[in-house]
Write a protein that binds this ligand. Structure first.
Ligand SMILES: [Zn+2]
Length: 69
């Protein structure tokens, strides 16, 4: 996860907040509507929290899958 230079806006469609984190576009859950220009997506604080919540859920699903449930 990289640092974000000043002036970069959140990549979530409809969001105009300043970005605080940059994430590889492939890690963004499909339920998040982002406008990816290139391989990185920029998220504001609010959407970064949402991203963490969503990926946590996905990781749990993966765990269940590997456990053979
Ligand atoms: Zn945002």
């Amino acid at each position: 996860m990289g640092k974000v230079s000043k002036g970069v806006k959140c990549s979530v469609i409809g969001c105009n907040e300043p970005a605080v984190k940059s994430i590889a576009a492939q890690r963004i859950p499909s339920s998040m509507k982002v406008e990816a220009s290139g391989r990185r997506v920029y998220l504001c604080e609010k959407h970064y929290k949402e991203f963490k919540k969503l990926t946590k859920k996905e990781r749990m699903v993966e765990k269940w899958r590997y456990a053979g449930v």
